[in-house]
Design a protein around this ligand. Structure first.
Ligand code: S3P
Length: 437
């Protein structure tokens, strides 16, 4: 089992580039695959999760060329051009791939079966299957979990669906099913979630209306291929926002990061904690806004994280818990029960890791209470089990900036699901970490 050994470090500086956005890369392959024509994707994230989607789309009959580093060319087969795969589609560690594929495949003429790794096989899939069944899809799960078996040939109808949980994956699954439905599909969100699917569908020529918490899609005749530029992944940049805040030194500039406002709750949360962050050089990558993020060391203070920011920062909580552990006073996170059904139970696994380093924290059903240890009260170091969760592994690597002794982080191979090359980028910024078999 691979592990990181992270020696204490203190200073970070320089410029960081993070790899392409994971959410957008998955969607580029799926929508490009059912468009008519060739979709050129620049900035594509060649991570294990997105490569699982790539293998699945290829198994469904889509030719995808990997033209160079981060460049792919998707030869779309049209909305009715996919064919059944000869084997179950293995989506690895990726919940996004599985839920979005459930939507995409529920309107096809052929049967499909979706499986994944031991983490994905334990994750809830009924949240996507239930609304799709209401549309007429025939989907079976095993006690709500994968394998997901989708029977082909179902006639789908548009529905008006109120999401019970704030989930971009479920919203996207329903919209992808809606591409194949008779009539309009409407999704109503309890809170704003990432809108990459909506932006990309518009780019592919789809009639879609977003109005406040409601998205409406009229099924298109066809999707038209287009050129897509994928920005740097905001979620991957979050580790460096925290590193630049809790480390010493001249700070970090993170270049070319996607700053879609449905993703940037972490900027607001860190600002409330007193972080010194500047967003500069605003530009766009197609339908998505991009900027450079500058971060300088700051004395962070504990806060009660406003619940409305939780869905806008949902993937950043592991990194945020580390920031909270370095802040003056107490940080309280509530309304974040979704963290329990991510790649790991991110509330319990983060609390166990923080405690292993001497941090006092209380696990809540829907969040955590963390007693911060400001500078002068370093973490003890120790062994932390990431439980195969990429974001937990990277978060504890960043914690080394405030550790008095080495941190050993277990089960880190899955960092490659979202951030291939993390060790080199982190070392370039000033962290002292090495990967061991
Ligand atoms: C994602 C949505 C979020 C997020 C995940 C990626 C997406 O999941 O946690 O990493 O690409 O749509 P939920 O929809 O389960 O909140």
């Amino acid at each position: 089992m691979t592990a990181y050994l992270v020696e204490p470090a203190s200073h970070v500086s320089g410029t960081v580039r993070v790899p392409g956005d994971k959410s957008i890369s998955h969607r580029a392959l799926m929508l490009g695959g059912i468009a008519e024509g060739i979709t050129e994707v620049r900035g594509f994230l060649e991570s294990e999760d997105c490569l699982a989607t790539m293998r699945a789309m290829r198994a469904l009959g889509v030719t995808i060329e990997q033209k160079g580093p981060h460049e792919v060319r998707v030869h779309g087969v049209g909305m009715r051009g996919l064919h059944g795969a000869s084997h179950p589609l293995d989506l690895g560690n990726s919940g996004t791939a599985m839920r979005l594929m459930t939507g995409l495949l529920s309107g096809q003429s052929f049967d499909s079966e979706l499986i994944g790794d031991s983490s994905l096989m334990k994750r809830p899939m009924e949240r996507a299957a239930t609304p799709l069944r209401q549309m007429g899809a025939r989907i079976a799960t095993l006690n709500g979990k994968p394998p997901v078996k989708i029977s082909g040939g179902a006639a789908l109808n548009g529905i008006r669906f109120e999401l019970p949980v704030a989930s971009a994956q479920v919203k996207s699954a329903v919209l992808l099913g809606g591409l194949y439905a008779q009539g309009t599909t409407t999704v109503i969100e309890p809170a704003v979630t990432r809108d990459h699917t909506e932006r990309m569908l518009l780019g592919f020529g789809c009639a879609l209306r977003a109005n406040g918490d409601e998205v409406q899609l009229d099924p298109p005749q066809r999707l038209r291929a287009c050129a897509l530029a994928v920005p740097g992944d905001f979620s991957s940049s979050a580790f460096f926002m925290v590193a630049g805040s809790i480390g010493r030194g001249s700070g970090l500039t993170i270049k070319g990061v996607g700053i879609n406002p449905t993703r940037t709750g972490m900027l607001d949360i860190l600002a409330l904690m007193g972080a010194d962050l500047r967003v500069a050089g605003h530009r766009s990558a197609g339908a998505e806004p991009v900027a450079d993020i500058e971060v300088h060391p700051a004395r962070l203070k504990g806060i009660h994280v406003p619940e409305h920011l939780v869905p806008l920062a949902i993937d950043e909580f592991p990194a945020l818990f580390v920031a909270a552990a370095c802040a003056e006073g107490e940080t309280l996170v509530t309304g974040a029960e979704e963290l329990r059904v991510k790649e790991s139970d991110r509330i319990q696994v983060m609390a166990d890791g923080l405690r292993a380093m001497g941090v006092e924290c209380e696990v809540l059903a829907d969040g955590m209470r963390i007693q911060g240890r400001p500078e002068g009260l370093p973490f003890s170091g120790g062994t932390v089990d990431s439980h195969g969760d990429h974001r937990i592994a990277m978060s504890f690597a960043v914690a080394s900036l405030r550790a008095a002794a080495p941190i050993r982080i277990l089960d880190v191979a899955n960092v490659a699901t979202s951030f291939p090359g993390f060790v080199d980028v982190a070392r370039g910024a000033g962290l002292d970490l090495a990967e061991h078999a």
